[in-house]
Design a protein around this ligand. Structure first.
Ligand SMILES: C[S@@+](CC[C@H](N)C(=O)[O-])C[C@H]1O[C@@H](n2cnc3c(N)ncnc32)[C@H](O)[C@@H]1O
Length: 315
């Protein structure tokens, strides 16, 4: 079974790892994982490009060719360079040992040049060869340049809007796939809808505020997206439960955004209406979750500033 590696940004590391695992399991339920610091290794039948393209916090990724016991690499390890004209070598040291990275990269480059006809190109290589060191295991892998999917445009913004990375990670954590539909019953400027559509997932947005409804519509239109927008109270979602597979939403805080009632009461009412068998990701102000009888399978705290930490609840 192929193995891929993902180096993650360290901010929200646990969530970043869970996201990569959730994406792998969405497409291959037998996918396995192990992690070392901010490196996660996934064993699954789906390729690393697919996971990396969907994931929010992946900085570097590629395929593992083999584990290494020492620094020695033989000719057969460089089969992967067969059709490459140019290459670069990168060392990623996650171990507690000190390495002269530049020196090691140069000597590895010399070794590869002797064993293959490819030339060094640090700017735009056809292939990048990686040596990854951790305290437990070392890995030899490679990646090829990929073109990341186009980011959706947002022409209209609002201070209460959700960070697109959090919308994306929530969609991924609940394992929605292309062709499925997500519903955001408090969609505001449409961040969830834009992220979903950019990943080939259909979306339905509800917001009771006329201004927000208009903003969402404009944001969708400029990208040529077809998400359905409904101007109504959030409870509208209960009438269309057969039309979506999961809910991803960021609840009103009663600070910058309008609310139809006291945010705590509104949230309790919302949670009591949640469908039992759907995938759900909800973000709320930390502390609110204690009053909800939601019984999440996982929670993540997102620190925003001194007086605002938010919590993501996954069910
Ligand atoms: C925190 S904001 C959501 C922000 C959104 N995720 C974004 O990225 O723009 C909460 C939204 O809930 C909407 N809202 C408040 N009470 C509502 C209700 N009873 N029914 C539907 N929408 C409501 C507000 O208009 C606001 O747009």
């Amino acid at each position: 079974m192929p193995e891929s590696f993902f180096i993650l940004s360290k901010e929200n590391l646990e969530m970043a790892k869970d996201e990569v695992i959730a994406i792998a399991k969405t497409y291959d339920r037998f996918a396995k994982s192990k992690s070392f610091s901010n490196l996660i290794i996934i064993q699954s039948k789906i390729n690393w490009e697919k996971i990396a393209d969907r994931a929010t916090f992946v900085k570097t990724s590629g395929q593992i060719l083999r584990k290494m016991s020492g620094l020695f690499l033989g000719e057969d390890n460089f089969e992967v360079l067969k059709n490459a004209k140019t290459f670069a070598c990168r060392i990623i040291n996650l171990s507690s040992k000190k390495f002269e990275i530049e020196e090691l990269e140069n000597s590895m480059g010399d070794m590869v040049s002797k064993l293959s006809s490819a030339k060094v190109d640090l700017e735009n290589p056809d292939i990048i060869i990686y040596l990854i060191f951790t305290n437990q295991e070392n890995f030899f892998g490679f990646s090829r340049p990929t073109t990341p999917s186009k980011r959706p445009k947002k022409v209209k913004k609002h201070p209460h809007e959700l960070d697109w990375k959090l919308a994306r990670v929530m969609i991924n954590l609940i394992g929605l796939k292309e062709g499925e539909t997500v519903c955001d019953p408090f969609c505001g400027t449409g961040t969830t809808l834009l992220e979903a559509e950019s990943m080939g997932i259909k979306a339905i947005g509800v917001d009771f505020d006329k201004k927000m409804y208009k903003i969402s519509k404009e944001n969708l239109e400029v990208n040529g997206y077809n998400s359905k927008m409904i101007r109504a109270d959030f409870s509208e979602f209960t009438k269309m439960q057969d039309k979506f597979d999961g809910i991803v939403t960021d609840l009103p805080y009663g600070i910058a955004s309008k609310t139809s009632q006291d945010p705590k009461e509104l949230i309790k009412k919302f949670v009591s209406m949640l469908p039992r068998r759907k995938k759900i990701a909800i973000m709320c102000k930390k502390g609110f979750e204690k009053e909800l009888k939601m019984n999440p399978s996982k929670t993540y705290d997102i620190f925003r500033h001194k007086t605002l930490t938010r919590t993501i609840l996954i069910k």
